[in-house]
Design a protein around this ligand. Structure first.
Ligand SMILES: [Ca+2]
Length: 369
């Protein structure tokens, strides 16, 4: 591991250190930036970091990372896809059928390439839109790729109720070839327990938008329920894990089983109740605001927003720690070969961006140990 003094962190400390006691007043939602305990360190604190490389910069609220043959496609919440190839960054237009919602945390969120890309020239996306300027929904759509731009095609699932916060939004293709979708409770907690709604769920669909025959509930996209605002999905082998935001601290990492109930809003933290799952990990009285996930060598990695870190979860040791910090809010992770890639989220209105934020970074996985 390399020992590198992180100048960026020092700047953040200097800029934010004067207002520590505003912590409670700043809190509006789980993703909000709240000054972390690290602001209590003095300016001479040395932060040990593995060597981190910048792959792309000047990103606008990047939300999701996907890659095909070494070329990255990053969704931006503001409604674009950024293609990153051999160090060259190209912002590509996305034509959507509905106007993107302007609500906090909303916009173009999940994005995943079709498994047959680039032959199919298709991807899947999840976005929040405003309907008639009043109602707000999320939908899952196919995006067609024309080499330089993307256009909304088939709508696979529409009118997932949305609100001021808690949109969910992560898309991933599972090892079973199905599309998995996380949805938030749209600030109405009881919807997470209601199997008739699409909120507060992890959903599973065929790539043509139909309901798989082997879904756990008949004629339903619901795969698991009782979630508050899940934003991360990853598999180790065939085992699915998800991250979600707790109400006040108590953020969770769960192992996801079909038909299982993850408790929100009935239980949280280490609370137990018959028929409900208790998490593998939870943040206790801290707030991580966990988003995208990746996995390697029996460990889960989660991007954290308010936690300002990449956090590692060692499933064998049942231990969690921050492995990268000092770069601000982190939204998504991606592992390819020997590297962990991650995007910052300092331009989302809740961070302290530097002039070239946001950035796509990479670090050797072997340097995280
Ligand atoms: Ca739970």
């Amino acid at each position: 591991m390399y020992k590198v003094y992180c100048i960026l962190l020092s700047l953040v400390l200097l800029m934010s250190g004067c207002s520590f006691f505003e912590k409670e007043e700043l809190q509006q939602d789980d993703e909000d930036i709240v000054l972390q305990p690290q602001v209590e360190q003095d300016d001479e604190a040395i932060v040990l970091q593995p060597e981190i490389e910048v792959i792309a910069e000047n990103l606008r609220v990047p939300w999701s990372i996907d890659m095909n043959k070494g070329v990255f496609y990053l969704s931006e919440r503001t409604g674009s896809i950024v293609k990153v190839e051999n160090g060259k960054t190209e912002r590509q237009q996305v034509s959507l059928k509905k106007p993107l919602a302007k609500a906090a945390e909303a916009g173009l969120l999940g994005f995943v390439l079709d498994p047959k890309f680039p032959n199919s020239q298709k991807a899947f996306a999840y976005y929040t839109y405003s309907d008639n300027g009043r109602d707000q929904f999320n939908r899952v759509v196919v995006l067609g790729y024309e080499g330089e731009r993307w256009t909304e095609g088939e709508i696979l699932l529409d009118r997932i109720p949305s609100a001021a916060y808690h949109h969910g939004g992560r898309l991933k293709i599972g090892p079973d070839g199905m599309l998995y979708i996380t949805t938030g409770d749209a600030t109405i907690p009881d919807t997470a327990q209601d199997l008739a709604t699409l909120n507060g769920k992890i959903l599973r669909m065929n790539l043509d938008g139909t309901i798989p025959d082997d879904n756990p509930f008949p004629n339903s996209y619901v795969y698991s329920y009782g979630h508050r605002n899940p934003q991360g999905l990853v598999w180790i082998g065939k085992t699915l894990y998800a991250s979600e935001h707790g109400q006040s601290a108590h953020d969770e990492v769960n192992q996801i089983k079909p038909a299982a109930n993850y408790g929100w809003p009935v239980i949280e933290g280490w609370e137990e109740k018959a028929g409900m799952e208790t998490p593998l990990f939870q943040s206790e009285e801290e707030t991580w605001a966990p988003s995208g996930m990746a996995a390697f060598d029996g460990k889960l990695y989660t991007a954290t927003l308010r936690g300002n870190a990449v956090r590692e979860f060692d499933l064998g040791k049942k231990a969690t720690s921050s492995v990268i910090d000092g770069l601000g809010r982190i939204r998504d992770l991606f592992i390819d070969g020997d590297y962990l890639y991650f995007v910052s989220n300092n331009t989302d209105g809740r961070g302290t961006p530097d002039e070239k934020d946001d950035k796509l970074y990479r670090v050797l996985l072997s340097n995280l140990k």
